[in-house]
Design a protein around this ligand. Structure first.
Ligand code: ADP
Ligand code: MG
Length: 281
Protein backbone atom coordinates (compact mmCIF):
# COMPACT_ATOMS: atom_id res chain seq x y z
CA UNK A 1 0.00 0.00 0.00
CA UNK A 2 1.20 3.47 -0.87
CA UNK A 3 2.02 6.05 1.80
CA UNK A 4 -0.30 8.56 0.15
CA UNK A 5 -3.21 7.68 -2.13
CA UNK A 6 -5.42 10.16 -3.96
CA UNK A 7 -8.56 8.37 -5.18
CA UNK A 8 -11.21 9.90 -7.41
CA UNK A 9 -10.53 13.36 -6.08
CA UNK A 10 -12.66 16.15 -7.51
CA UNK A 11 -12.08 19.84 -6.90
CA UNK A 12 -13.59 22.96 -8.38
CA UNK A 13 -13.59 26.66 -7.51
CA UNK A 14 -17.02 27.85 -8.63
CA UNK A 15 -17.25 27.05 -12.34
CA UNK A 16 -13.49 26.41 -12.58
CA UNK A 17 -12.92 22.65 -12.46
CA UNK A 18 -9.37 21.89 -11.32
CA UNK A 19 -9.66 18.11 -10.75
CA UNK A 20 -12.22 15.90 -12.49
CA UNK A 21 -10.71 12.63 -11.34
CA UNK A 22 -7.38 12.55 -9.59
CA UNK A 23 -5.79 9.18 -8.79
CA UNK A 24 -2.20 9.23 -7.58
CA UNK A 25 0.02 7.08 -5.35
CA UNK A 26 3.10 8.27 -3.47
CA UNK A 27 5.27 5.42 -2.22
CA UNK A 28 7.26 5.45 0.99
CA UNK A 29 10.82 6.72 0.55
CA UNK A 30 10.45 7.79 -3.06
CA UNK A 31 11.05 11.14 -4.66
CA UNK A 32 8.02 11.87 -6.81
CA UNK A 33 7.87 14.93 -9.02
CA UNK A 34 4.57 16.41 -10.16
CA UNK A 35 4.82 18.29 -13.43
CA UNK A 36 2.21 20.20 -15.36
CA UNK A 37 1.52 23.63 -16.79
CA UNK A 38 0.79 26.72 -14.75
CA UNK A 39 -2.73 26.65 -13.33
CA UNK A 40 -3.20 22.88 -13.77
CA UNK A 41 -3.64 22.35 -10.02
CA UNK A 42 -0.23 21.38 -8.68
CA UNK A 43 -0.37 23.68 -5.66
CA UNK A 44 -4.02 22.79 -5.05
CA UNK A 45 -3.01 19.11 -4.87
CA UNK A 46 -0.49 19.78 -2.10
CA UNK A 47 -2.91 22.02 -0.23
CA UNK A 48 -5.64 19.36 -0.31
CA UNK A 49 -3.13 16.86 1.04
CA UNK A 50 -2.29 19.00 4.06
CA UNK A 51 -5.87 20.11 4.62
CA UNK A 52 -5.50 23.75 3.60
CA UNK A 53 -8.16 23.18 0.94
CA UNK A 54 -11.11 20.75 1.20
CA UNK A 55 -11.80 18.22 -1.59
CA UNK A 56 -15.26 18.20 -3.20
CA UNK A 57 -15.30 14.43 -3.67
CA UNK A 58 -13.01 11.41 -3.33
CA UNK A 59 -10.47 10.46 -0.72
CA UNK A 60 -6.86 11.10 0.21
CA UNK A 61 -5.31 8.34 2.31
CA UNK A 62 -2.24 9.19 4.35
CA UNK A 63 -0.71 6.19 6.14
CA UNK A 64 -3.99 4.37 5.68
CA UNK A 65 -6.26 7.11 7.06
CA UNK A 66 -8.59 9.21 4.97
CA UNK A 67 -7.43 12.75 5.76
CA UNK A 68 -10.45 14.35 4.08
CA UNK A 69 -12.62 13.25 7.01
CA UNK A 70 -10.35 14.35 9.86
CA UNK A 71 -11.21 17.04 12.36
CA UNK A 72 -8.85 20.00 12.69
CA UNK A 73 -7.34 18.47 15.86
CA UNK A 74 -6.75 15.13 14.15
CA UNK A 75 -5.23 16.91 11.19
CA UNK A 76 -2.63 18.49 13.39
CA UNK A 77 -1.13 15.02 13.98
CA UNK A 78 -0.88 14.52 10.22
CA UNK A 79 0.60 17.94 9.58
CA UNK A 80 3.42 17.47 12.02
CA UNK A 81 4.64 14.58 9.89
CA UNK A 82 4.62 16.70 6.76
CA UNK A 83 7.04 19.52 5.99
CA UNK A 84 6.07 21.89 3.23
CA UNK A 85 8.14 24.37 1.31
CA UNK A 86 5.56 26.82 0.00
CA UNK A 87 5.73 28.43 -3.41
CA UNK A 88 7.58 31.73 -2.89
CA UNK A 89 8.99 30.39 0.43
CA UNK A 90 6.26 32.30 2.35
CA UNK A 91 8.42 33.32 5.30
CA UNK A 92 6.81 35.45 7.97
CA UNK A 93 8.33 38.90 7.42
CA UNK A 94 7.63 39.95 11.01
CA UNK A 95 9.65 37.06 12.44
CA UNK A 96 13.42 36.65 12.30
CA UNK A 97 15.00 33.58 10.76
CA UNK A 98 15.16 31.77 14.08
CA UNK A 99 11.43 32.19 14.76
CA UNK A 100 10.54 31.32 11.16
CA UNK A 101 12.42 28.03 11.44
CA UNK A 102 11.04 27.39 14.94
CA UNK A 103 7.46 27.98 13.83
CA UNK A 104 6.38 24.36 13.34
CA UNK A 105 8.20 23.26 16.47
CA UNK A 106 6.24 25.71 18.59
CA UNK A 107 3.00 24.81 16.83
CA UNK A 108 3.28 21.03 17.16
CA UNK A 109 5.71 20.16 19.93
CA UNK A 110 6.40 20.98 23.54
CA UNK A 111 10.12 21.63 23.36
CA UNK A 112 12.33 23.63 25.70
CA UNK A 113 13.96 26.82 24.42
CA UNK A 114 17.32 25.04 24.46
CA UNK A 115 15.93 22.18 22.36
CA UNK A 116 14.34 24.63 19.94
CA UNK A 117 17.62 26.56 19.57
CA UNK A 118 19.50 23.35 18.89
CA UNK A 119 16.96 22.15 16.29
CA UNK A 120 16.97 25.56 14.56
CA UNK A 121 20.77 25.53 14.50
CA UNK A 122 20.86 22.03 13.03
CA UNK A 123 18.20 22.78 10.42
CA UNK A 124 19.98 25.92 9.20
CA UNK A 125 23.24 23.97 9.00
CA UNK A 126 21.47 21.30 6.91
CA UNK A 127 20.52 23.86 4.28
CA UNK A 128 23.98 25.39 4.27
CA UNK A 129 23.11 28.58 6.17
CA UNK A 130 24.62 28.12 9.63
CA UNK A 131 24.44 30.97 12.10
CA UNK A 132 21.93 33.25 10.38
CA UNK A 133 19.29 32.97 13.15
CA UNK A 134 19.14 36.69 13.84
CA UNK A 135 18.74 37.82 10.22
CA UNK A 136 15.37 39.01 8.88
CA UNK A 137 13.57 37.74 5.76
CA UNK A 138 13.91 41.18 4.15
CA UNK A 139 17.71 40.86 4.29
CA UNK A 140 17.79 37.52 2.45
CA UNK A 141 18.24 36.83 -1.27
CA UNK A 142 15.65 34.70 -3.08
CA UNK A 143 17.83 31.61 -2.86
CA UNK A 144 18.43 32.12 0.86
CA UNK A 145 14.70 32.58 1.49
CA UNK A 146 13.97 29.25 -0.18
CA UNK A 147 16.63 27.59 1.94
CA UNK A 148 15.27 29.12 5.15
CA UNK A 149 11.80 27.94 4.06
CA UNK A 150 13.32 24.51 3.64
CA UNK A 151 14.98 24.68 7.07
CA UNK A 152 11.53 25.48 8.50
CA UNK A 153 10.01 22.51 6.64
CA UNK A 154 12.64 20.04 7.89
CA UNK A 155 12.83 21.39 11.46
CA UNK A 156 9.96 19.11 12.52
CA UNK A 157 11.84 16.10 11.04
CA UNK A 158 8.90 15.18 8.82
CA UNK A 159 8.23 11.79 7.25
CA UNK A 160 7.13 13.57 4.09
CA UNK A 161 8.53 16.70 2.49
CA UNK A 162 6.42 18.65 0.02
CA UNK A 163 8.12 21.20 -2.19
CA UNK A 164 6.07 23.67 -4.20
CA UNK A 165 8.19 25.06 -7.06
CA UNK A 166 11.43 24.98 -5.06
CA UNK A 167 13.58 26.32 -7.91
CA UNK A 168 11.24 28.79 -9.61
CA UNK A 169 12.71 32.29 -9.75
CA UNK A 170 16.22 31.26 -8.75
CA UNK A 171 19.40 31.78 -10.74
CA UNK A 172 21.08 28.64 -12.16
CA UNK A 173 23.58 28.28 -9.32
CA UNK A 174 20.84 28.36 -6.69
CA UNK A 175 18.73 25.97 -8.79
CA UNK A 176 21.58 23.44 -8.69
CA UNK A 177 22.09 24.09 -4.99
CA UNK A 178 18.42 23.44 -4.20
CA UNK A 179 18.38 20.28 -6.36
CA UNK A 180 21.41 18.97 -4.49
CA UNK A 181 19.80 19.86 -1.21
CA UNK A 182 16.61 17.96 -2.08
CA UNK A 183 18.68 14.87 -2.90
CA UNK A 184 20.80 15.31 0.22
CA UNK A 185 17.74 15.65 2.48
CA UNK A 186 16.20 12.57 0.94
CA UNK A 187 19.36 10.59 1.67
CA UNK A 188 20.03 11.86 5.18
CA UNK A 189 16.47 12.28 6.52
CA UNK A 190 14.99 9.37 4.53
CA UNK A 191 11.91 11.45 3.94
CA UNK A 192 9.47 10.74 1.15
CA UNK A 193 9.47 13.77 -1.13
CA UNK A 194 6.87 15.21 -3.44
CA UNK A 195 8.20 18.01 -5.59
CA UNK A 196 5.98 20.20 -7.72
CA UNK A 197 7.74 21.92 -10.58
CA UNK A 198 7.52 22.96 -14.18
CA UNK A 199 11.31 22.90 -14.47
CA UNK A 200 12.14 19.74 -16.44
CA UNK A 201 15.87 19.87 -15.74
CA UNK A 202 15.13 19.79 -12.01
CA UNK A 203 12.57 17.03 -12.47
CA UNK A 204 15.04 14.80 -14.30
CA UNK A 205 17.76 15.57 -11.73
CA UNK A 206 15.85 14.65 -8.58
CA UNK A 207 13.06 12.18 -9.36
CA UNK A 208 12.59 8.46 -8.86
CA UNK A 209 9.22 8.89 -10.54
CA UNK A 210 7.38 11.66 -12.34
CA UNK A 211 3.65 12.24 -12.70
CA UNK A 212 2.14 14.77 -15.08
CA UNK A 213 -1.18 16.42 -14.40
CA UNK A 214 -3.20 17.89 -17.20
CA UNK A 215 -6.83 18.99 -17.47
CA UNK A 216 -8.09 17.51 -14.25
CA UNK A 217 -6.11 14.32 -13.72
CA UNK A 218 -2.86 12.41 -14.06
CA UNK A 219 -2.08 11.69 -17.73
CA UNK A 220 1.32 10.08 -17.14
CA UNK A 221 3.25 8.51 -14.31
CA UNK A 222 6.50 6.59 -14.56
CA UNK A 223 10.27 6.81 -14.32
CA UNK A 224 12.38 9.54 -15.95
CA UNK A 225 13.23 7.10 -18.73
CA UNK A 226 9.59 6.23 -19.32
CA UNK A 227 8.77 9.94 -19.42
CA UNK A 228 11.49 10.58 -22.01
CA UNK A 229 10.11 7.71 -24.10
CA UNK A 230 6.47 8.81 -23.85
CA UNK A 231 4.73 9.29 -27.17
CA UNK A 232 1.77 11.19 -25.69
CA UNK A 233 1.64 14.48 -27.57
CA UNK A 234 0.70 16.47 -24.43
CA UNK A 235 3.63 14.99 -22.52
CA UNK A 236 6.05 15.61 -25.37
CA UNK A 237 4.91 19.20 -25.80
CA UNK A 238 5.42 19.83 -22.11
CA UNK A 239 8.85 18.27 -21.71
CA UNK A 240 10.11 19.75 -24.97
CA UNK A 241 8.61 23.15 -24.20
CA UNK A 242 6.58 23.33 -27.42
CA UNK A 243 4.12 26.21 -27.33
CA UNK A 244 0.62 25.32 -28.45
CA UNK A 245 -0.61 27.07 -31.59
CA UNK A 246 -2.02 30.42 -30.52
CA UNK A 247 -4.41 31.83 -33.10
CA UNK A 248 -3.99 35.34 -31.64
CA UNK A 249 -0.31 35.52 -32.49
CA UNK A 250 0.32 36.60 -36.05
CA UNK A 251 2.43 34.21 -38.05
CA UNK A 252 5.35 36.29 -39.38
CA UNK A 253 5.23 34.31 -42.61
CA UNK A 254 1.53 34.89 -43.12
CA UNK A 255 0.58 37.32 -45.83
CA UNK A 256 -2.61 38.62 -44.26
CA UNK A 257 -2.00 42.36 -43.71
CA UNK A 258 -4.41 43.08 -40.82
CA UNK A 259 -3.50 40.38 -38.34
CA UNK A 260 -3.27 41.92 -34.88
CA UNK A 261 -0.68 40.36 -32.61
CA UNK A 262 -1.96 40.03 -29.09
CA UNK A 263 -0.56 37.60 -26.65
CA UNK A 264 -2.57 35.94 -23.95
CA UNK A 265 -1.04 36.52 -20.52
CA UNK A 266 -3.12 34.08 -18.57
CA UNK A 267 -0.47 31.44 -18.11
CA UNK A 268 1.98 33.81 -16.46
CA UNK A 269 2.20 33.48 -12.70
CA UNK A 270 3.49 36.46 -10.75
CA UNK A 271 3.30 37.48 -7.12
CA UNK A 272 0.44 39.78 -8.09
CA UNK A 273 -1.67 37.15 -9.84
CA UNK A 274 -0.77 33.95 -8.06
CA UNK A 275 -3.13 33.08 -5.19
CA UNK A 276 -0.40 30.95 -3.60
CA UNK A 277 1.88 33.84 -3.04
CA UNK A 278 0.11 35.45 -0.15
CA UNK A 279 -1.05 32.26 1.48
CA UNK A 280 0.04 31.44 5.07
CA UNK A 281 1.86 34.70 5.56
N1 ADP B 1 -8.10 29.52 -3.29
C1 ADP B 1 -8.47 29.53 -4.59
N2 ADP B 1 -9.62 30.11 -4.98
C2 ADP B 1 -10.03 30.11 -6.27
N3 ADP B 1 -9.32 29.55 -7.27
C3 ADP B 1 -8.14 28.97 -6.95
C4 ADP B 1 -7.66 28.93 -5.60
N4 ADP B 1 -6.48 28.27 -5.59
C5 ADP B 1 -6.24 27.93 -6.88
N5 ADP B 1 -7.23 28.34 -7.69
C6 ADP B 1 -7.32 28.10 -9.14
O1 ADP B 1 -7.14 26.71 -9.37
C7 ADP B 1 -6.34 26.48 -10.51
C8 ADP B 1 -5.12 25.65 -10.14
O2 ADP B 1 -4.28 26.44 -9.31
P1 ADP B 1 -2.86 25.99 -8.81
O3 ADP B 1 -2.95 24.67 -8.14
O4 ADP B 1 -2.33 27.11 -8.01
O5 ADP B 1 -2.05 25.84 -10.18
P2 ADP B 1 -0.51 25.44 -10.37
O6 ADP B 1 -0.52 24.15 -11.12
O7 ADP B 1 0.08 26.55 -11.19
O8 ADP B 1 0.10 25.34 -9.02
C9 ADP B 1 -6.00 27.83 -11.07
O9 ADP B 1 -6.93 28.13 -12.09
C10 ADP B 1 -6.17 28.75 -9.90
O10 ADP B 1 -6.50 30.04 -10.30
MG1 MG C 1 1.49 26.46 -8.02
Amino acid sequence: MALIEFRGVQKAFGPKVVYRHLDLDVFEGESLTIIGGSGQGKSVMLKMLIGLLPVDRGSIQFQGRDVTTLTEAEFSAVRRQVGMLFQGAALFDSLDVRENVAYGLREHYQMSEAEISERVRESLAYVGLPGIESMWPADLSGGMKKRVGLARAIAVRPAVLLYDEPTTGLDPINVTRINHLILHLKKTLHATSVVVTHDMASAFAISDRIAMIHEGGVIFSGTCEELRASTDRRVRDFIEGNAPQDPHIADPDATEPNATPSRSQDTLSTPATDPNFSERR
